[in-house]
Structures are given as C-alpha cells and as structure tokens.
Design a protein around this ligand. Structure first.
Ligand SMILES: Nc1ncnc2c1ncn2[C@@H]1O[C@H](COP(=O)(O)OP(=O)(O)OP(=O)(O)O)[C@@H](O)[C@H]1O
Ligand SMILES: [Mg+2]
Length: 353
C-alpha cells in the first residue's frame, strides 16, 4: 500500500515548514504594521564595534575639516555585519544643508561598481555629486570634475562602500584593480577631504597591495560575528539581544536575552548582527500579522525555516528541546579520550611524587 508522503516524519516536517514559509511571504501587513516593522529595521544597535566605527568616522571627519587632514580609514566585515547601515547612520547625522548659493553635501556616500575601474569610480561619484553627464569625457576630465564638484558641494568626507569590488573575483588570483586603487590614492593626494573605504574582508587585499594607500589608513576596524563561548561573551551577546528586544514593535518584551533563547539565536545566526536583525524582522512580520503580543520560540522557528537555504545544516535551533551548542563540537574521539586519560594519569603521578 502506498504511504502518503506527508506522513513520513521528515517529509511532513519539511512540508509543514515550507507551508509556513509560504504564509510568511504572503501575509500582507497594514500600513501601520509596516511602519512598526520599518522602525525596527532602521533601529541601529550601537554595540562596541559600531561605536568604534562611529568614533573613528568622527575623528577622521573632524581632522579633515579642522586641519585639512586627508587620510583614509577602512571598515571591514562579512556581508551583513552592519557596515553600510553604520555608514548611513553617520551620514544621516550630517544631512545636506541648503544654502543660498548651493546645496552643501557634507558626506558623500557611494558604492564602488563591480570590477571597478578609475572611470567607473569617477562616474558614480559624479552622479552622486549631481554632474549632468557623469559618464561622459576622458578619465582626466572626469577626475577634474570630481575634484571641482567635491569642493563646490562642500564635501567633508567621502565614503566608498563595496570597496571589495576593486578585487576581481572572476580571476583565479583575485586580481586587484591597481589602477582604481591608484585613482583613489590620487584623489587623497589632492587633500580635498578624507575617504572612508568599506567592504568585506576581500577589500583588505587592495590595501595590502597598495603600500601608499595602506600608509594613509588612520585605522582599520573589523565588524566581526560575536562569539558566545565564554561567560563574558555570552553576557555581551545577551546585552545586544536585550537592545534588539527593546526595539521590537511589541509592548511586551520577548525575553530574547534569556540564556536559552540567546543560545538558540546565536546558533541560528552565527553571532552575525545582520543575521540576528534579519531573523527577527522575519519573525516580527509573522508575529504582527498573527496579532501576537511578542516573539516566541514558535514564530522564530518559522522565521528560521523561512530563511534556511539548501546548504543550511542542522536541525531548526528553535525546535530542539535543549539549545544546540554553537561553535565546534567537543572532540570526543577515542584518540582524544585516551590522550586526556593519559594526561590525567601524568598529573596524578606528579601529585603523588
Ligand atoms: N548594529 C546593527 N543594529 C541593527 N541592525 C543591524 C546592525 N547591523 C546590521 N544590521 C541589520 O543587518 C542588515 C545588513 O546590514 P548591512 O547592510 O549594513 O551589512 P553590510 O555589512 O553592509 O553587508 P554587505 O557586505 O552585504 O553590504 C541591515 O539591513 C540591518 O537591518
Ligand atoms: Mg553593505
């Protein structure tokens, strides 16, 4: 007799989770609900590394304005670590100023185009500066227009995001676009304003390959995934979850910082703040549309399932009876057990001696 596929336990689980995923996508939120969700998404959690980035941006910016300093700094971190949102926060604190004769743009934030060339970099900057024909002209004329417009618009700090685009990942050796890096160095040499370079860890290759640019770097800050190994690390991660919790669009706290919840969230996200935010956003969508009073294990499990890709391994961390452990599992192989037993014997012998 044929058994219905969905009656097999693993198929039924996957089927059930996929159906929930479908629902999460299809749920329509009211404008008021959308606003609550958007407010949560835009809430930046300023933990220590983010604080460091903001402080260094301020230092570099002020050094440029007050002393004409034109160094650069590098912000590195994996995708989703919060580089762009942090740069946007700083830019948002220094909005454009409408003056009688011009619109002043204190902070110019642009993205390096894929496989960046000097012309490509000049073009994105010209477009952001309001040049009417940003792609037109020779490199020389484009560069001159960039310099003139930076001065004319009163730009005090340039932020170049997606800086890893200066490394060609298509080539086997990850070829660095030296000419594009040189173009940035040339712009720094004009001493118009400092430049912030931000990208994934791949971007450090550009700096390593260009000694002159490296020497100009006032600081290099890494936004890393947060660990959960030691007591201090757990306390720290839970503190961040506490802040996320207070930013959630619910009146009732969700208890995200409780040890059990925190351990599960860490396993689900690998400690990457961007992933925490993404997971919580998905869970919020579902919770709001179901009129829940706060997030719970069920809705987080649904969000995790909705975000799981085919390469996501392990069980749903919100569906296990005890929180799964994050990080490498303890080595319990026979060899290790024997080695540790030997070590214990040595110590006992030493104590007896
Ligand atoms: N400190 C934070 N507080 C709140 N949300 C954050 C924080 N850091 C990251 N996020 C969330 O994670 C998402 C991804 O962040 P962001 O786009 O800044 O990452 P990124 O490092 O620039 O990634 P990529 O390299 O892919 O561009 C953001 O939309 C934001 O919602
Ligand atoms: Mg980004």
């Amino acid at each position: 007799m044929m058994t219905s596929l969905t009656r097999l336990p693993w198929v039924s689980r996957v089927f059930h989770e996929r159906r929930r995923l479908h629902q999460v996508k299809e749920d329509k939120l009211t404008p008021e609900q959308m606003t609550r969700l958007r407010n949560f998404q835009e809430h930046l959690v300023v933990y220590n590394a983010v604080k460091d980035v903001l402080a260094d941006l301020k230092y570099l910016h002020e050094a440029g304005v007050q002393h004409g300093g034109a160094g650069c700094m590098l912000v590195l971190g994996p995708s989703g670590s919060g580089k762009t949102i942090t740069l946007h926060r700083y830019k948002g604190d220094h909005p454009p100023v409408i003056e009688a004769e011009r619109d002043r743009i204190p902070i110019l934030l642009v993205e390096a185009p894929p496989r960046a060339t000097p012309k490509g970099l000049a073009e994105v900057m010209l477009a952001a500066l309001g040049d009417p024909a940003p792609s037109k002209g020779t490199l020389q004329s484009m560069s001159r227009r960039v310099e003139n417009l930076l001065e004319a618009r009163g730009v005090e700090l340039v932020m170049l995001d997606e800086f890893q685009h200066l490394v060609d990942r298509q080539s086997a050796t990850g070829r660095v676009a030296y000419d594009a890096a040189d173009w940035i160095k040339g712009l720094l040499n004009k001493r118009i304003c400092p430049i912030v370079l931000s990208g994934t860890e791949l971007a450090s290759q550009v700096i390593e390959a260009n000694e002159q640019l490296h020497r100009r770097c006032a600081s290099i800050i890494h936004l890393k995934p947060l660990p959960f190994g030691t007591q201090d690390e757990r306390r720290y991660f839970r503190g961040i979850l506490q802040e996320f919790d207070s930013g959630l669009p619910f009146d009732k706290p969700s208890g995200l910082a409780d040890m059990d919840f925190a351990a599960r969230i860490h396993v689900a996200t690998g400690g990457l703040v961007g992933r925490v935010s993404h997971l919580l956003t998905m869970a919020c969508r579902k919770a709001i549309s179901e009129d829940l009073l706060c997030l719970d294990m069920q809705v987080l499990g649904d969000a995790w399932a909705a975000l799981a890709t085919s390469s996501t391994s392990g069980p749903n961390p919100f569906r296990t009876t005890t929180p799964p452990t994050s990080g490498p599992k303890p080595d319990t192989s026979r060899k290790t057990r024997l080695r540790s037993r030997c070590r214990k014997r040595d110590i006992n012998e030493m104590l007896r001696a």
